[in-house]
Write a protein that binds this ligand. Sequence first.
Ligand code: ADP
Ligand code: MG
Length: 236
Amino acid sequence: MNSLQPALVQLSGLTKRYRTGGGEVVALHGLDLSIELNSKVALMGPSGSGKSTVLQLIGGLDKPSGGSILVAGREVTKLNDDALSSYRNTTIGFIFQTFNLQSHLTAQENVALPQILGGHKPAEAIARALTLLEQVGLAEKAGRLPSELSGGEMQRVAIARALICKPGIILADEPTANLDKDNATHVLDMMSALELNNQALIVVTHDDRVASRFERIIYLDHGELAMGPATQQAAS
Ligand code: ADP
Ligand code: MG
C-alpha cells in the first residue's frame, strides 16, 4: 500500500446518537478509521455494534451527530441536500440485504435505472446494463422480472446495479444474509473477484469464511473499533 496516497475514506471522531422513545442510543463512539483506495474491507461485529450505521453514514443516507467523514478529500457532513443527493448517486453504490429491486422492471431495466435517473440516455444505460449483467453471469436472464429469479440471481442484479454508475465506494450490508449457502458462495466469489478501479468495497458480514477473503477485516463492538476474535485469542 502506498502510504503517500490519501485514504479514500477517512472517518474521524465519528459519533452517532439515535433518539428513541426510551432515550438515546449511542451507536458510534468517536470512530476513527481510514479506508484506502482499491481496498476490499470486511466489517464485522455483533448485532447492534454499529456496522449498518457506519455504512449509512459513509453512504450519505443519514447524518452523524459529530465527527468528520472525508471522502476523496471532501467533507460529506458539510454537503447540502442537493450535493448529498448527487454524492449518493455518483459516489456510492449500495447493495442491500433485501436486494431492493423494482418488481415491475426487468433485470436489465433495474440495472440501468440509476443511470437513467442520473440523466443518461436510456438506450445507453440499457446497453451498459447488459454488459454489467454479463459480468455477473446473468446476461441470458436480462429480460426476467425479479420474481423470475432466484435470491442469488437477484443479488447479482443488485450488484450490477450498484456498479453501473462506477461508484467510488461500494457498500454492502450483509449481502448474503438472505441467501442459501450456494447462492451466498456465488455472490461472495463475485465480490472477491471484483476488480476495483480506484474504488473501495466495504462489506458487512457475519461470516468468517467470507471475511477471510478480504484483505482487511475491521471489527466493531459497541460502536468502537475492537480486536477480532483471532487477535483476542493470540493476545490472551
Ligand atoms: P449493526 O448493523 O451492527 O447490527 P446498527 O448500526 O444497526 O448495528 O445499530 C447500532 C445501534 O444503534 C443499535 O443499538 C441499534 O439498536 C441502534 N439503532 C440503529 N438504528 C437506529 C434507529 N434508526 N433508531 C434508534 N436506534 C437505532
Ligand atoms: Mg446491521
